[in-house]
Design a protein. Structure first.
Length: 195
């Protein structure tokens, strides 16, 4: 994105063959929030553009192909982006590091850890119809040991509009397997203390 959002720059600037390069994506200067991505032309596809733009936290990707000129192509893309930003918005369901629940690990030390989201969990929806989370299911598929903030499984989320998503989850602190002494002490405690 750093490169695709650059409108112009010199390459080989510190050499005798310094060259000024100008981005062919003129929307970088014509449409607020555009930060990429690729323009092109072939005799089969004609004038094409793939554009990325971000506004109010919402990123859109638009593709326009088969236009007779770059001017028409850019006009079509502006209309496409205007439509997308006018019709859709994005909300954050969970911030990165949000504790979802406390999980008990039968053979882990410590015996409990918080299950946390490893990334921001966002959802795009049509304006005026903000859906709600209706179901979430945590699936742990990794074996002990667990490192803090490293993926150990996924959380499957179902929204009220029927959309499903999977997001990576981890633990908020390290959890290691019980060693022989830990197992012996746990068995001793189960037999004598809890009976």
């Amino acid at each position: 994105m750093k490169i695709t959002s650059t409108y112009d720059a010199y390459i080989r600037e510190n050499s005798d063959s310094k060259f000024w390069l100008v981005n062919t994506n003129k929307l970088l200067k014509q449409y607020p929030g555009v930060d990429g991505l690729k323009t092109g032309f072939t005799t089969e596809a004609l004038s094409c553009i793939t554009t990325t733009a971000k506004k109010d936290g919402l990123r859109l990707i638009g593709v326009v192909m088969g236009e007779p000129s770059s001017k028409v192509r850019n006009k079509e893309m502006i209309q496409l982006l205007d439509y997308g930003f006018s019709q859709y918005e994005q909300a954050t369901l969970y911030k990165k590091g949000t504790k979802i629940e406390t999980k008990k690990f039968e053979n882990g030390k410590p015996a409990t850890a918080g299950i946390v989201t490893l990334d921001d969990v966002s959802y795009v929806y049509q304006k005026g119809s903000q859906p709600k989370e209706t179901k979430k299911e945590i699936k742990i598929d990794a074996q002990l040991p667990y490192k803090a903030n490293k993926k150990i499984g996924t959380m499957e989320i179902t929204m009220s509009d029927g959309y499903h998503m999977q997001v990576p989850i981890g633990v908020d602190h390290d959890v290691v397997p019980l060693n022989f002494v830990d197992i012996f002490m746990k068995t001793f405690e189960d037999i004598f203390v809890n009976s």
